[in-house]
Design a protein around this ligand. Sequence first.
Ligand code: ADP
Ligand code: GLC
Length: 483
Amino acid sequence: MKVLSVASECAPFVKTGGLADVVGALPKALAPLGVSMRVLLPGYPALGPLLKEGKTLWEAEHLPGGPARLVSVESGGIDLLLLDAPDLYDRPGNIYLNGDGQDWSDNAQRFAALSMVAAKVATGALADWQPDLVHLHDWQAGLTAAYLHQSENPPPCITTIHNIAFQGLFDPILMTDLSLSSALYTSEGIEYFGRISFLKAGLVYADRITTVSPTYAAELMQPEFGMGLEGLLSARSADLSGILNGIDLDVWDPENDPALAAPYSVKRLKPKAENKAAVLRRFGLQPGGDGPLFCVISRLTTQKGLDLLLDALPALVSRGARLAVLGSGDAGLEAGFVSAAHRYPGSVGVIIGYDEPLSHLMQGGSDAIVIPSRFEPCGLTQLYGLRYGTLPVVARTGGLADTVIDANEAARVAGCATGVQFAPVTADALEQALMRTCDLYAQPREWAGMMRRAMRHPVGWDTSAAAYHQIYADVLSTRAAQE
Ligand code: ADP
Ligand code: GLC
């Protein structure tokens, strides 16, 4: 089965969040099931060496934003198709934002071009390869479904929602420039409160829709989470599935992780302490102490609920706990954590920035990871936490609710707890959860049991890869029956 995957980021080449991890993991996860996947990405500067090395398959003169070529190259076991369009993608800094932190003013053209090329490849533009189906990720790939809808005999397509909060909304004046038929600009089509929604295009014209956890799939049909698309998603509920993300067990392996100070395993937990010492040093935190070391590894945005953690800090510090924060994002939150580090020297340490190896060391060296998200489609850092015996303290929402088993009385008696959950998502409830975590940490046998259980919890791709494969197979057989 040949699948074209279309996305704006893909680890390890270019990453701003979990989307990249998932797009990068799927080809490897699906290969054993007989899926041959090619990943189409914009040719950002980070991919410069691969653009030089690759083979030009196709050239286009009339994409929005000037000439472009499509380059094929294999790297890290992933079969890439890179859209080399320097006017659109060859620019420094963040792939979505300019130096002032604003969306690039031509994002509509940048991701429409990606989607146009995806639709061309899907409908036979390449001499020797045509996919049986197309798998779109998030709004940046969404218009592909609309372009396919406008084509003759398009292959089926599936859209995965990684985060409905990002919709790709643009002025309808662009319809013609983006080669979209005006007939699509209706409330049943791609119109969303007076604008074009790239994500909505991906939802309306896809054969099937998936999202990244069963709880988020249910939440998306509610007004609190659906961002105005809850009606559309409810109407398509028979076509909507929630499939949990997995993680790459080779990249995230405490027994074999080059970023750790000392490897450890479920059978040999002791060396985790060396990683803890390394994290404490790196964040300027005091060694010793009775309380656990909590960490945060996150985009600092409203979604992630970290303002609530700022409110809960006095209680956390007074219990002898320490906190190491790695993240970047909203200026207000960055400033809040930096000033907390000044207020609580030795107890709160903050590094503003993005640092992949440090994120591994923190998973290896912390006792617990805090994820108080207001919504979380899946979340990956709690999965890394489970794998590294770094117990997740999470808001009961989306994928966090689906992957962490709360250490309530019943779960403790049954011996199945792997972390702590809280609801509602308020500073008070978070504070109570942190205190509960400190209580558990004060019982070493209980804590070690939870660590071992967490580390054994299945977080790989096996089950979810099979679920995607089943959807691909369903879509193809439905299409074959219609023909
Ligand atoms: P989201 O995609 O909403 O940001 P996820 O939990 O799905 O949330 O994925 C976040 C990914 O980005 C994880 O792989 C996490 O380790 C990584 N990450 C987030 N912030 C940082 C950071 N400051 N440094 C290194 N890695 C980070
Ligand atoms: C989004 C979501 C996150 C999810 C990731 C990968 O960025 O915010 O919850 O894990 O996509 O699907």
